[in-house]
Ligand binder design. Structure first.
Ligand SMILES: NC(=O)c1ccc[n+]([C@@H]2O[C@H](COP(=O)([O-])OP(=O)(O)OC[C@H]3O[C@@H](n4cnc5c(N)ncnc54)[C@H](O)[C@@H]3O)[C@@H](O)[C@H]2O)c1
Length: 246
C-alpha cells in the first residue's frame, strides 16, 4: 500500500527539477499526478512518463488566470484533487538599480500571482469537494536570508510564506496548508553547469557543505502530503543543509 493510494495531486512546475522529483515521489507512493507546467510538450511528456502510475500532463501558464481556471475545471471533472503542490517558479537575478517594472511583473507574476491563482482555484475545488486536502507551496530559504541581486525573487517567496499562513488559518481545520523553503538545490534553475566556483562555494556554504538534491526536497513534500503531518498547518519546512536555522 502506497502512502498516497487513491489520492490525486496537481504539481505545478512538475516538468523539471524539484517539481519533477515531487511528481515522481508521489506516483511511487501510489498517487496519481497531474503535472501542470509551461515547459515544452516534450518535457512535460517526459516527466509524465518518468512518474508513471497514470500521471497526466497539461501545458499551463500559472500566471494566466484562464489557463489556471481551465486546469481546475478539467481536474474537477476527472475525480478532483487531494493535494496541490505550487512549485512552478522562475528566478530573475539582477541588481536592483537595473531592475525594470517589466522584471517585477514577470517575477511576481509567476512566483506570487501564479501561487495565488493556482491556490485559489485548487482551494475552491477542495472546499466544494468537502473531503479535506493538502496545499504545499514552495518558497525558498532566501525568503528569510535575502540575497543580493535577487530582491524580487526573495520578495516573491516572502509573499508565498505569508500567503500560506493566511490560507492555513482560512481553510482550517479540513485543509492543511504548508510551505517548503528549500536551500540551494541541484536543478536547472540553479544552472550549476554555468555556475562559477565562487558562486558554488557561496551556495554550498552550509554545515552539510553541499547542494540539496531534488529528491531530498520531494521527501519533505511527501511528508506534508502524507499521514504523518496531520497536526501541521501554516508551517514552513526548510531542507537547506543547515544554512538557515529556525
Ligand atoms: N533550485 C533551487 O536551488 C531552489 C531553491 C529554493 C527554492 N526553489 C524553488 O523551487 C521551485 C522549483 O524550482 P527548480 O529549482 O526545480 O527549477 P526548475 O527551473 O528546474 O523548474 C521550474 C519549473 O517551473 C516551470 N515554470 C516556470 N514558469 C512557469 C509558468 N509561468 N507556468 C507554469 N510553469 C512554469 C518551468 O517550466 C520548470 O519546469 C521554484 O519555485 C523555485 O523558486 C528552488
Amino acid at each position: 500500500m502506497g502512502m498516497l493510494n487513491g489520492k490525486h495531486a496537481v504539481v505545478t512546475g512538475g516538468a523539471s527539477g524539484i517539481g519533477r522529483a515531487i511528481a515522481f515521489a508521489f506516483a511511487k507512493e501510489g498517487g496519481t499526478v497531474t503535472i501542470a507546467d509551461y515547459a515544452s510538450e516534450a518535457s512535460i511528456a517526459d516527466a509524465v512518463k518518468a512518474a508513471g502510475n497514470g500521471a497526466q500532463g497539461r501545458r499551463v501558464n500559472v500566471a494566466d488566470e484562464k489557463d489556471v481556471v481551465q486546469l481546475f475545471d478539467a481536474v474537477g471533472k476527472s475525480g478532483g484533487i487531494d493535494i496541490l503542490v505550487n512549485c512552478a517558479g522562475i528566478l530573475v537575478e539582477k541588481p536592483l538599480l537595473e531592475t525594470s517594472v517589466a522584471d517585477f511583473d514577470r517575477q511576481i507574476g509567476v512566483n506570487l500571482k501564479g501561487v495565488f491563482l493556482v491556490g485559489r482555484e485548487a482551494l475552491r475545488l477542495m472546499v466544494a469537494q468537502d473531503r479535506g486536502g493538502r496545499v504545499i507551496n514552495i518558497a525558498s530559504e532566501l525568503a528569510y536570508l535575502g540575497r543580493e541581486n535577487c530582491s524580487l525573487y526573495c520578495a516573491s517567496k516572502g509573499g508565498v510564506l505569508s500567503m500560506t499562513r493566511s490560507w492555513a488559518r482560512e481553510f482550517a481545520p479540513k485543509i492543511l496548508v504548508n510551505t517548503i523553503a528549500p536551500g540551494p538545490t541541484d536543478t536547472p534553475m540553479l544552472g550549476i553547469e554555468q555556475t562559477s566556483a565562487e558562486t558554488l562555494a557561496q551556495e554550498t556554504n552550509n554545515p552539510l557543505g553541499r547542494l540539496g538534491r531534488p529528491e531530498e526536497i520531494a521527501a519533505a513534500a511527501l511528508f506534508l502530503a502524507g499521514p504523518g503531518s496531520t497536526f501541521m498547518t501554516g508551517q514552513c519546512v526548510s531542507p537547506n543543509g543547515g544554512a538557515a536555522m529556525f
